[in-house]
Design a protein around this ligand. Sequence first.
Ligand code: SAM
Length: 447
Amino acid sequence: MTRYVFVLGKNWMLGIAELIVYLRDRNLAKEVLDYTRTTAIVDIQEDLKDVELIDVLGALGGSFKIARVVSVYDRILLEEAFPAKGKVQKQARALLQQVPWAKKTWKNVKNKKVKFAVSTYSTYAKQTTIDLRKLTMGFNEWTKQQLIRMGARKVIYYVYEGPDKRGAKRPNVALWPKSIARHGLLSPPNAEIIMAIAESSVYVAKTIGVYDAQLQRYRDESRPYISEEVSTSPKLCRALLNFAGTRTGDTILDPFCGSGTLLMEAALLGMKCVGVDIDANAANGAKQNLRWLSRDLGERMSFKIVKGDSQQIDELITEKIDAVASEPELGPVHKDRPTKEEAVRHISELTQLYRTVLLKIGKILRSEGRIGMTIPVINSKDGQLSIDLEEMTAGTEFHVLMMLPKEAFESSIPKSKQLKITPDRPVLPERKRGQVVERGVVMLGRY
Ligand SMILES: C[S@@+](CC[C@H](N)C(=O)[O-])C[C@H]1O[C@@H](n2cnc3c(N)ncnc32)[C@H](O)[C@@H]1O
């Protein structure tokens, strides 16, 4: 068994849920060992090769880096060595200075030039009892000295560069994936070391793979059909595909495919795609986008896009479907908050639409097939309104499955309020705060 650190995106709770569902579906792990608002630590039972781990990361929408744990410290040691306030304990510093994990990370550096970086991830987004900047610089220096002792010819380390747009108070001590790519830090003997600071332990890990944001941006911006108003983020699409339990080779359906963002992600993961949209422009646009992707990659991709109303989906498509993933129609785009009456009407119409489509999906989805979808959460002038899941699934073959099952947290024990996860909750927020229509994510399966 080997422990891994997954570096999570902004929506850490959704990222953890996706990770659990993905690993459980493949019998790779049943629970998370530890987690924070920036990282999740998991014991993977099988010994996976680096290329397999990079594939795992590539399939996850909510994780940005994967790293193999090489050592674990008690957090208290780091608090003593680099306190945010108060006196430094010299003994603690002397202990850490030896960086014993360097020998596990670098096997042979004799006469080589080594480039590396230490990226530190804190427990929460803001407050911490450790001086993260001093800690990061300390470990950078000590690791450099150790590498020279190990015989390296030249050693250079990289630190965070450029403005961090995630908020002034957030500690800027981790390298972005693009900086790692630019400096070639994943080609041996170069390396990135991750320090994941959890509530009681600190995990030192060597990065195996990082999310390729540049490639994603290129695809987002270069595809021929872009519909800004309704398009779903590719990372959310990957998460929905994982909640739907998809695998390479599966035939997947998006009954509200829009410009085809989700289908493009599915095609990239080797799935056969079926999409339906009531709007002819969207259906044509999705076709153009998938054709473009296929040409761009020089690979034949299997896709079928139909213009039509998904309330009759069983008459529109003949394929047997393995999984359904979708950001469905979410109602009108509001500039201002609607009145409660308006919101109630929209929610009621959408509930009926989803229910009808679910009834029909029951006829074409294989028996163990799951559904990953978003639902609207409307901020009206008089509070928040969302879909009643019981009403949405009433009379259909589907019910809500838990994305954060209680058993998946057996050994993870964060006590602080900021890390509290309520397991067994039916909907997880995919929040873009301040929007009139926010979204929730749900996972459905059969009775
Ligand atoms: C939120 S958008 C999907 C966005 C898509 N994931 C993307 O990234 O482009 C919802 C889509 O559902 C379509 N739609 C609405 N009602 C429908 C229906 N009854 N059957 C099929 N498509 C429908 C709309 O035309 C719209 O393109």
